[in-house]
Structures are given as structure tokens and as C-alpha cells.
Design a protein around this ligand. Structure first.
Ligand code: AMP
Length: 429
């Protein structure tokens, strides 16, 4: 098989790594890829959001399967362009990707199908209307910009002044661009968060192994939100009854709702949940694998990824074929100093060979490039040091030992990934 992977971060490196472990895969392209991916696949200098250029490339290269990593090509309609041409691709349609691309679409969907979620106070398309609503709204409340905002579109407002300031920046100063044209106000939920990710062909689905990620930049969940500073996976994470509750109350009603609305969903569906005292509730949908969740999920994979993803594209997923390594995995993200604020790129990276000498460790590249013969930093999140092991303690120990062998100027990482990797409380406790 010849496979095209779209994207250029740690998630896509993890996909390329696992695809290459399948004997049936003879060629992998990645657009645009990065320096780590370039050692394992042919990188194509095409932006993953450029639908026209990707279609033109596929027309010449004839990939047997295309796998979409990030959300932008999905929201831009890439899978629709491929399916019109009968080209196999894994990822939801443009319409289905609205579950991620529009918080209002997603909230209306959840309400229509009676799927548990935070109570909505209202949706607004002018700042004046939001200010009026805020006068009678209960605080704290959550303000969500409708469109894609690179993780900056959600604000937990403690009081009126903070809420007004956020709305002003989003709706009047357009700081988030067109993603901030409409706004949703909703109830604040309390509890522990859990990412529940499934793979589906629209009819059947398989849950992937459970994961948790760490979004804040500093230890102890301090500092601003990032794309993700690390993640871990272990089967012990979930209380026994929780998967069944999530399947019956959230996953299955979601797939039934999509089918009833005439928008069948095919690909990865990431469901962000809050485990509240009255049961799990949906915070958000993402229409793709998370990053760095993908790294820890794929590190535990024990099946032929190319075969399963081809089955998904063909609408014949057999969930019993998805097998996982027992034990655990962990990913520690190494970032440029200053991220998620201003940072410098072009810093020389050393120590990768020593890091990968540790059993079970794979260093997945995110923001890297080659400058002559030297590997240098090229982004906020630079590397995802990933380890699989028989238990979470040894997965974390290996990932941290490997991270300590890597150096670049300004390098930062959290020291407490998975530190509280205790079983989540059962919903309703
Ligand atoms: P979202 O992109 O909608 O998941 O929002 C990003 C983050 O904001 C989530 O991972 C939660 O930590 C938080 N969040 C979103 N909605 C709510 C809510 N209704 N109550 C409390 N926290 C929320």
C-alpha cells in the first residue's frame, strides 16, 4: 500500500511510525511533515489545509489510502473532494467536521439528541447582545467563540468584568479572527476531565485506549493553556463501569444522532468529557485524534494500522481487530522556552540517539527541521518523548530519562506528567 498522511506534528509522526511497521505498507508520503517524519516517509511541501494542492498531488501519486491528522483539511472539505473521486480517505465530511468547527452547531446537535452536556444560556452574534445577556447570567460561566480558534476560543469567566473583557477582545477587536463572530454562553461544569476517543466507519465503532492530557504549560496545572504538554494512557485509568456509561449515554446516541441527521461520521471522533457528580457530560467534540493523545494511544497499538484504517475508509470496520498492548504509555512534550507565548526557533537539538537508546522509547517530532546537517527547533512544541512499558511508573520513568538526555537552548517540559495517574472517580461518586 501507498499511504498519504496529512499534517506535520507529533500526531502525524506517530501515525507514520506505526504505518511503517506494517509489511503491507511500501510507501508513505507526509504533507508537509517535519524533520523526524522525513527520516521515515517522503515529505511533500504542501500545506495540510490546501485542498487544491492535495487533490492535485493525489491525482498524480494515487495513494491507496489518505489519513488526515489535523482539523483544518476536514473543516475545509478535503474528505468530500476525495470521496467525490472515490479515493479512500479516513476522516469525517466537511459537514460532520462542524462538530469541531462550530461550537454552536455542536451544542445544538447535543441538545437535539438529548446527549448530556453543559446547559446553554444563549448564542449571540453581536457584542451588545452578549453584554445584555451577561447582566442577568450566573457566574462563573463559560464563553465559547463559535469557530476554530487554535485553542484560544474558550474562556472560563469568573465575573462580569472578565467576561466583558473577553467578549470585547473576541467580538469587537476580532483578536481570534472569523472564529469569534458568534459566541455561546454556557454553564460551568465541575469534575475531572477525560478524553474518550473512538474510531468509527459510521456504523460500527471501537473505543481506543483511555488517555488523559495536560494542557497548562507549567507543573501543577499553572500558566496558560497550550496545545498539550504531555499525556498518558493506562487501562487502570477508568473505573470499571465508566466505559459502559460513556458508550450508552454518549457515544451511541451521538452516532445515532449523526445518522438520523443524515451526516454519517467516519474517522476518529474525540469526545472531551467532564465527569460531573450527575454523570459524564460532553465538553467538546474534535473530529480527529488529539495531539499528544495520539502519541500515547499509538504507542500501545498492537494491530495492523494500515489494514484497520483501510477498513474504516471502506465502511467495514471490525472492532474486534483492534488490540492493544497491556500496560501503559506516556508522552512528555519538550517545548521552546516562552511557548505558548513568544519563542525563538532555530536552536540546535542534541541527544536524540542517546534518548532513543532507552527500551520502549520513541522520540516523536513536532516542530523540528534540518538546517544543513543539524536538527533545529522549528515551533513551540518541538518533540514528544514517548514511552511504552508494562506499567505507568516505568513508562514515565523511561520518558523522563530520555527527556533528560535531550538538549536545546531554552528547552522546557513539565515534570509532573502522569504524576496523579490514579483511577478517575466513577461518575456519580
Ligand atoms: P473545549 O474546547 O470546549 O473543550 O474547551 C476547552 C477546555 O475548557 C476544556 O477542556 C475544559 O477544561 C474547559 N471547559 C469547556 N467547557 C467547559 C464547561 N462548560 N465547564 C467547565 N469547563 C469547561
Amino acid at each position: 500500500m501507498k499511504i498519504l498522511v496529512l499534517g506535520g506534528g507529533g500526531r502525524e509522526h506517530a501515525l507514520v511510525w506505526k504505518l511503517n511497521q506494517t509489511p503491507r505498507v511500501e510507501k508513505v508520503w507526509c504533507a508537509p511533515g517535519n524533520a523526524g517524519i522525513a527520516a521515515e516517509a517522503e515529505c511533500i511541501a504542501i500545506d495540510a489545509g490546501d485542498i487544491g494542492a492535495i487533490v492535485a498531488f493525489a491525482e498524480k501519486a494515487h495513494p491507496d489510502l489518505t489519513i488526515v491528522g489535523p482539523e483544518l483539511p476536514l473543516v475545509n472539505g478535503l474528505t468530500d473532494a476525495f470521496r467525490q473521486r472515490n479515493w479512500p480517505i479516513v476522516g469525517p465530511s466537511q459537514q460532520a467536521a462542524q462538530l469541531e468547527g462550530s461550537k454552536i452547531f455542536s451544542k445544538e446537535f447535543l441538545r437535539r439528541h438529548h446527549i448530556p452536556t453543559a446547559k446553554m444560556y444563549g448564542t449571540y452574534d453581536s457584542a451588545a447582545d452578549v453584554y445584555r445577556a451577561l447582566h442577568s447570567a450566573p457566574f462563573p460561566l463559560v464563553i465559547k467563540a463559535d469557530g476554530l480558534c487554535a485553542g484560544k476560543g474558550v474562556f472560563l469567566a469568573p465575573d462580569f468584568a472578565a467576561a466583558k473583557d473577553f467578549v470585547e477582545r473576541v467580538m469587537e477587536k476580532n483578536e481570534l479572527g472569523s472564529g469569534g463572530k458568534r459566541i455561546l454562553l454556557e454553564e460551568t461544569l465541575e469534575g475531572e476531565e477525560l478524553s474518550f476517543i473512538i474510531l468509527t466507519d459510521g456504523k460500527r465503532y471501537a473505543p481506543l485506549v483511555p488517555t488523559r492530557d495536560h494542557k497548562r504549560v507549567f507543573d501543577g496545572n499553572q500558566g496558560p493553556n497550550t496545545g498539550g504538554m504531555g499525556a498518558y494512557s493506562t487501562d487502570e485509568l477508568l473505573p470499571d463501569e465508566l466505559p459502559e456509561i460513556v458508550r450508552s449515554k454518549i457515544v451511541e446516541p451521538t452516532l445515532r444522532g449523526l445518522a438520523a441527521d443524515g451526516i454519517p461520521y467516519q474517522g476518529f471522533l474525540y469526545i472531551g468529557l467532564m465527569l460531573t457528580s450527575s454523570g459524564p457530560k460532553v465538553l467538546e467534540f474534535n473530529c480527529r485524534l488529539g495531539d499528544p493523545e495520539a502519541q500515547v494511544i499509538l504507542a500501545r497499538l498492537d494491530f495492523d494500522l494500515a489494514e484497520i484504517l483501510s477498513d474504516v475508509a471502506a465502511g467495514r470496520l471490525n472492532p474486534s481487530k483492534l488490540r492493544w498492548k497491556p500496560g501503559a504509555s506516556a508522552c512528555v512534550v519538550l517545548t521552546s522556552g516562552g511557548y505558548p507565548g513568544k519563542f525563538e526557533s532555530g536552536k540546535r537539538i542534541d541527544g536524540l540517539t542517546a534518548a532513543e537508546g532507552i527500551t520502549g522509547v520513541k522520540v516523536l517530532h513536532a516542530g523540528t527541521k534540518l538546517a544543513g546537517n543539524a536538527l533545529v527547533t522549528n515551533g513551540g512544541r518541538v518533540l514528544g518523548v514517548t514511552a511504552a512499558a508494562p506499567n505507568i511508573e516505568s513508562a514515565l520513568a523511561s520518558a523522563y530519562e530520555a527527556a533528560s538526555r535531550i538538549h536545546f537552548a531554552g528547552m522546557h517540559y513539565r515534570k509532573d506528567i502522569g504524576a496523579h495517574a490514579t483511577k478517575l472517580k466513577a461518575a456519580g461518586d
